[in-house]
Design a protein around this ligand. Structure first.
Ligand code: AAO
Length: 464
């Protein structure tokens, strides 16, 4: 409760991409906990191949928790400090495959490996050799057998039907839990038969969160729905629906009865505007879009569908470029300062700090006040669009190029309300509230928004 009002529990996640454990711990204490994030998804923790590219993280060499993001001790310290700050840590578990290197090598922490041989862990018989394509690589996503037994971009594909392989993966996930994580993202889950994932995670303690990455592909035989009986799924359709609407400046209401076409059910859906793959690929809006990106995130946070995860990475022009490292090759990154988005000033490697943007922090407070109040039908006028979460909160956006005025019908009592997108959180923050030009008037059952091009504005019942 805030005052006398029952608010929703924190449920929003944040993906902090390629951030070292020591910085994640600071983020939990200084930004994530105070803003009310419930959990943080971090990048893979296990030993991986060496190299400057960020994606070396996704080529495991062993399950030792040693990487350029930090040591095992630093990982454990992070989960403890985050938990203390009210933030659960979700690990990114790369368990579909090992490396994609044809030549033998040595991993980050000194483990020797060959493409199909990881001494003390896996031998050649632990891998699929699908024999369905010339190089054993997946060539046709229309074939379930290829998707689940051939290699994803040459990555040695573990035979997860094997009890021995399942046991080793299970032991690794148990180890991550012993280090304090609350759950795991199953990387490339589409490439592991759902029954295999179910068998592996079935051995974990009850309550462990399982978030499967299954990119919804039109016409593909392996669909996200197969992975919902044992956990949640990243629902890629959400961003695919939202971004084009924003780009076109034409926002429409989703089906307000709850179900949405081509989405897993709301209580199984993890939704996002972009992630580390899609910001390098299909995403229609990314950090580069500044206001429009904040708007996309605000609409997601204002929605009553799924569990939202905010993405926060670093600026890049080269798709492969890793996060900045020190002389020893360890990633180094400063903690973010809370403040407004200044994406035009970002140089390659700079953190985008999306999770610390004023608009995002304000919308997290808005979401908790909106709690379980239903989303009411939206209204639009010109390019502007807005809606109410009944009796609790109203949001309005202008994705267009002209100034717009929008009156949103509301059951909120008359008064001047603080726009938490411009002012940030006003109830939870110790910082003083709202400037005069950061308010919105509600009178006679209508909230009157004046919206500059690209502007998002949001008010809630606890900030009058
Ligand atoms: C690197 C090099 C490779 C090299 C390899 C081995 O880039 O050239 O062969 O090393 O040496 C990351 C990087 C990869 C990197 C890899 C290993 O992204 O570049 O390879 O680490 O270091 C599929 C999977 C999905 C996967 C995605 C990238 O299904 O699981 O590919 N994501 C995860 C991670 C990702 C990571 C890995 C998995 C591997 O998040 O960061 O790779 O651990 C369709 C399919 C999808 C498929 C995509 C891309 O998607 O449906 O399943 O994802 O294609 O192939 C429309 C369609 C949609 C389509 C989408 C494509 O929206 O509707 O169906 O476009 O964007």
């Amino acid at each position: 409760t805030i005052g006398t009002v029952e608010v929703g529990p924190p449920d929003v996640g944040v993906q902090l991409f390629q951030l070292p454990w020591t910085t994640v711990a600071q983020e939990c204490e200084q930004n994530l906990g105070p803003a009310g994030f419930a959990w943080v998804l971090v990048s893979p923790a296990q030993e991986s191949v060496t190299g400057d590219e960020w994606w070396t993280s996704y080529q495991p060499v062993s399950y030792r928790v040693e990487s350029r993001l930090g040591t095992r001790a630093e990982f454990a310290d992070m989960t403890a400090r985050c938990r203390e700050a009210g933030v659960a840590v979700i690990a990114d578990a790369v368990v579909n495959h090992m490396t994609g290197q044809d030549a033998a090598g040595t991993g980050w922490a000194g483990s020797a490996y060959d493409h199909y041989s990881y001494p003390g862990l896996y031998a050649p018989e632990d891998f699929h050799h699908c024999g369905l394509t010339p190089n054993d690589d997946i060539a046709d996503y229309g074939s379930r057998e290829q998707v689940q037994t051939c290699e994803l971009v040459n990555l040695a594909d573990l035979d997860t039907s094997s009890p021995a392989v399942r046991e080793r993966i299970g032991a690794y996930l148990d180890d991550l839990l012993s280090l304090g994580v609350a759950g795991v993202r199953i990387d490339a889950a589409k490439h592991i038969a759902a029954a295999d994932v179910a068998a592996i995670v079935g051995g974990l303690p009850a309550g462990t969160r399982i978030l499967s990455e299954v990119i919804r592909g039109g016409g593909e035989p392996v669909q996200p729905e197969e992975y919902t009986s044992f956990g949640e799924v990243f629902e890629f359709t959400y961003a695919r629906d939202l971004a084009p609407q924003l780009r076109a400046g034409v926002l429409t209401d989703p089906d307000l009865s709850g179900e949405r076409p081509l989405h897993v059910p709301s209580d199984r859906a993890v939704v996002f505007v972009d992630n580390h793959d899609t910001e390098r690929g299909e995403a229609g809006v990314t950090y580069r879009d500044g206001d429009l990106y904040a708007m996309a995130n605000a609409l997601m946070l204002a929605d009553d569908f799924g569990t939202p995860v905010v993405y926060s990475g670093y600026a890049f022009t080269d798709r492969d470029a890793g996060a900045p490292v020190d002389a020893d090759g360890r990633v180094v990154a400063p903690v973010c300062a809370a403040g407004d988005a200044e994406v035009s000033a970002l140089a390659d490697g700079d953190r985008t700090c999306v999770h610390a943007w004023t608009a995002i922090r304000g919308m997290l407070e808005w979401r908790r006040v909106a709690a379980s109040a239903p989303r009411l039908p939206g209204v639009d006028d010109g390019d502007a669009y807005g809606f109410e979460r009944e009796g609790r909160a109203v949001v309005a956006v202008n994705p267009g190029a002209d100034e717009e005025r929008l009156a949103v019908p509301t059951t909120l009592p008359d008064g001047r309300y603080c726009d938490v997108v411009r002012a940030g959180p006003v109830v939870a923050d110790t910082a003083p509230g709202c400037a005069d030009d950061e308010t919105v008037e509600v009178a006679g059952g209508s909230a009157s928004f004046a919206l500059a091009p690209g502007q998002t504005s949001a008010i809630h019942s606890l900030a009058r």
